[in-house]
Design a protein around this ligand. Sequence first.
Ligand code: FAD
Length: 308
Amino acid sequence: MDKNRFDVIVLGGGPAGLTAGIYLSRSKAKTLILDTGMPGGQMVLTYQIANYPGVENISGYQLSSVMKKQAENFGCVIKSNIKLTTLQLEGKQKKAELENGDVFSAPAIILATGGRSRMLNVPGENEFKGRGISYCATCDGDFFQDKEIIVVGGGNSALEEAVALTKYARKVTILHEFDHFQAFEHAVEEAKANKKIDYIMEAHITGFYGDENLRNIKYRSLKTGEISQKAIDGAFIFIGYEANTKVLQSGSVKLNQWNEIVTDENMQTNIEGIFAAGDCRAKRYRQITTAVSDGTVAALNALNFIQK
Ligand SMILES: Cc1cc2nc3c(=O)[nH]c(=O)nc-3n(C[C@H](O)[C@H](O)[C@H](O)COP(=O)(O)OP(=O)(O)OC[C@H]3O[C@@H](n4cnc5c(N)ncnc54)[C@H](O)[C@@H]3O)c2cc1C
């Protein structure tokens, strides 16, 4: 039998892809996970995970290693740091071709390529990521009990998450580049009614500073050009999200206006045999638990599809 022929190929080895790999391999489906980076996905960037049920506290790296090992122990083949050159999603045998010339085929593909929060790309942002700078209030809000934090952004996520963060923080300052918000009126009203929330409008952050942890930000007024400094314990950045779907953007998989993959509740896309799971999908909540859930549903439906 052709060693490059699989029952299911999973693109992406984050929690969604690894979960799909565990379910598929355990059901004896010949499964290949291809990842352009390290298996574990965004979990690898996460210093501490405190909301994954059954494990009170675990580093993202550790949780990734356990999930990977679990998939491999069931026989799942995982290839990391691959360079994908062609993806053929139509027809009975779908194909993934790599830069080194390898061509893998399978009747079903699960797209689990995840995504990433947009960054400000200013000095100090990379350095203090996970040490005061966060892109997820649900994940990290709890670490900022009674602290003073800043929320960057002016859309629905920024305002809703700023309100949610007042459950923990002593004070939340929203810093936004315009003189008005782009959020729905009810989100703006809710934020304005909250006494713990303050505002810095028409400003851009120019840098993040600190020692072991983030301590200060500098920002520039867009009206006067003046640079100011503010002492803070944390910064949450909500300036948008990008699904990793570039590889699909010129193809026939249906994407929404934000280039997220559209699926039904069975994780089925508009193309037969092509499923999607996790953060690359059009959905509201992006967490490890939701990615794991999507991965399970996609795997079970892919199994059903190949058995037919
Ligand atoms: C800093 C940070 C902290 C977080 N903390 C928490 C937390 O505490 N709790 C929680 O529940 N959630 C947390 N999250 C969110 C959680 O990590 C994500 O929701 C989850 O990892 C999404 O899983 P996924 O498998 O869909 O995608 P990802 O984790 O994004 O994995 C996608 C994988 O696909 C690979 N890939 C990308 N493009 C391709 C391609 N074309 N071909 C093949 N492979 C590709 C990537 O290399 C990556 O490994 C955090 C996120 C971040 C960034």
